[in-house]
Ligand binder design. Structure first.
Ligand code: 2M8
Ligand code: MG
Ligand code: MG
Length: 271
């Protein structure tokens, strides 16, 4: 078994970012040595402290599929050469460099009322997101994507056309839109990580995927057991996915319950 999970609104509560209620199932994953792969809009600098707090040291996917990070020495195998060494990680970039994304964003900004993380201070990002200021500073350390707010939603189709012309696209998370490269999304990155596990890590597996927002749908399409967590106000996203499991509650509580039940079933099938 391999578990892919979104963070905000899924493993972490939408409002207070807590994962306390997910502890029982997190402990169970750790005990059974089931890898938990984060698939998030967050940056590498946001994921690192979270992995430490949660006690997981697995590969992870950042910035809506912008990059796959594998900890140095993970499972003592050597990775394909497309993976570049970067600090404590080997990184496969699937997205475009942040500088290029910001360049296109600046051109969009001259015509539309949009505000990106690059235009905001850490204090401002903290207010908009509900993150602490130090966390907001980590969220601003983008490598592959620009989260932004849009004043007028009817502008979206025109922004999408501009993005497409530059080889980019726009996806929607829990609070923000994200300008990203058009070859990246959470689904493409999950496909890449699954083939690493099957190939060089030698692990055939059943994949579970858990998410709550539109940007999670490509990931949910790439797994065997897709799970949707409801938004605290909006409920479950509209989605037709074969075998879809709907978690009973938002955030970490729903995550804990739904994944706990799925593990019961998978373990009963292959004891
Ligand atoms: C952004 O991502 C969330 C994920 O759904 C969103 O779009 O609402 C990202 O900027 C991420 O880096 C940040 O931690 C998060 C904070 O809510 O917002
Ligand atoms: Mg989410
Ligand atoms: Mg997310």
């Amino acid at each position: 078994i391999l578990v892919f999970t979104d963070l905000d609104g899924s493993l972490l509560n939408h409002d207070d970012y807590s994962f306390e209620e997910a502890r029982p199932t997190l402990d169970r994953l750790r005990g059974a040595k089931i890898p938990l792969v984060f698939v998030t809009s967050k940056t590498r600098r946001e994921v690192e402290p979270l992995q430490n707090r949660l006690g997981f040291r697995e590969p992870f996917i950042v910035e809506n599929g912008g990059g796959i990070f594998v900890p140095r020495g993970y499972r003592s195998v050597s990775l394909p050469e497309e993976f570049r060494e970067q600090g404590n990680f080997f990184v496969l970039a699937l997205g475009l460099p942040y500088g290029r994304i910001r360049g296109v964003f600046a051109a969009m900004k001259s015509r539309f009322k949009i505000t990106g993380y690059g235009d905001l201070s850490s204090q401002e990002v903290a207010v908009l997101s509900g993150l602490a200021v130090e966390e907001a500073e980590r969220a601003k350390a983008r490598e592959f994507s620009e989260p932004f707010l849009l004043k007028s939603v009817p502008d979206l189709p025109e922004l999408e056309r501009l993005a497409a012309r530059e080889g980019m696209k726009i996806v929607r998370g829990g609070r923000f839109y994200h300008l990203i490269g058009d070859r990246q999304d959470k689904g493409a990155a999950v496909r890449g990580v699954r083939s690493l596990y099957r190939g060089i890590f030698g692990m055939e597996h059943v994949a579970v995927g858990i998410g709550d927002s539109e940007n999670d749908l490509p990931m949910l399409q790439e797994v065997d057991v897709p799970v949707l967590i409801p938004h605290p106000e909006r409920g479950w996203l509209e989605a037709s996915l074969p075998g879809l499991v709907k978690a009973p509650d938002p955030g970490s509580r729903g995550w804990n319950e739904a994944l706990g039940r799925i593990l019961d079933e998978l373990e009963a099938d292959s004891p």
